[in-house]
Design a protein around this ligand. Structure first.
Ligand code: B12
Length: 213
């Protein structure tokens, strides 16, 4: 892997708020794509932060700082991604589920959907099922993306899927799940329509549903 990407990975892992922008800019100057920087630099660095948290070297304050480091870099990357015909492929409601406030992965998914021609209605984090239902109703969106990282909060995915079924919308509204604690198996258990491991996969899945509708 290129030295400059490893520097981004290290800057995230070492929580170097002042250095991250310059290091990301170095990667862009070398012609490395924003997606590669996100996947091989930023996401890998965050995974290392997670490991350090798990083994007790890092604390909650370090997780917060890691989030800030990544937020510092994202506008640079977003500016380099070309927005397609905005909203052409339809509306996607995006939310991190109730009880969960992790937003970085959701924001990356939103960014990629936006540049790939979707109108993204981002409801934010810790979003209850009622708010998602109200947004489906008021916007007419047929695609919903749920992000969940805390395994203790998977019940919130179930609430959204159940609410959609109870409203009689199961056939027309597609629910796609993603985030560190989700999986194909969880998708089946929850009765969601698809699971995406990465933001790139998220775009492919939504494209499939959008083309079929
Ligand atoms: C940064 C971080 C935080 C920050 C978040 C800051 C922010 N602004 O988002 C803060 C400080 C808030 C935080 C808090 C907590 N955290 Co935290 N956090 C992390 C960390 C280090 C990185 C998460 C991240 O952003 N990853 C990078 C992104 C890009 O990855 P991602 O979210 O998985 O997204 C990608 C894919 O999953 C996918 N994707 C994501 N969403 C979606 C949606 C759809 C529809 C699709 C298709 C795809 C998709 O695409 C993305 C890009 O490819 C993880 C470690 C880890 N390994 O994940 C722990 C981690 C998730 N946190 C953890 C914990 C325990 C907590 C706390 C409970 C700690 C505490 N004691 O208080 C709290 C919970 C607060 C809450 N109620 O939510 C645990 C969860 C364990 C578990 N299995 O439940 C982890 C795994 C750390 C660990 N190893 O122990 N955290």
């Amino acid at each position: 892997m290129k030295e400059s990407i490893i520097s981004v990975q290290k800057a995230v892992n070492d929580l170097l708020l002042d250095d991250i922008k310059g290091l990301v800019q170095d990667c862009l100057n070398e012609g490395i794509t924003p997606l590669e920087i996100i996947e091989k630099g930023i996401s890998k660095g965050l995974a290392q932060v997670g490991e350090q948290f798990e083994n007790g070297t890092y604390f909650l304050s370090d997780l917060i700082m890691a989030g800030e480091v990544v937020k510092e870099a994202m506008p640079l990357l977003e500016a380099k991604l070309d927005p397609g015909a905005a909203g052409q492929k339809g509306k996607v409601i995006l939310a991190t589920v109730e009880g969960d406030i992790h937003e970085i992965g959701k924001n990356i998914v939103g960014m990629l959907l936006h540049v790939n021609g979707y109108e993204v209605i981002d409801l934010g984090v810790d979003v209850p099922a009622e708010k998602i239902m109200a947004a489906i109703k008021s916007t007419g969106a047929r695609l919903v993306g749920l992000s969940a990282l805390l395994s203790t909060m998977v019940g919130s995915i179930q609430e959204v899927v159940d609410s959609i079924r109870e409203a009689g919308w199961k056939d027309k509204v597609k629910v796609v799940i993603g985030g560190a604690c989700t999986s194909e198996q969880l998708k089946n258990e929850m009765g969601a329509d698809a699971y995406g491991e990465t933001a790139v996969q998220a775009v492919k899945i939504f494209d499939k549903f959008s083309a079929a509708s």
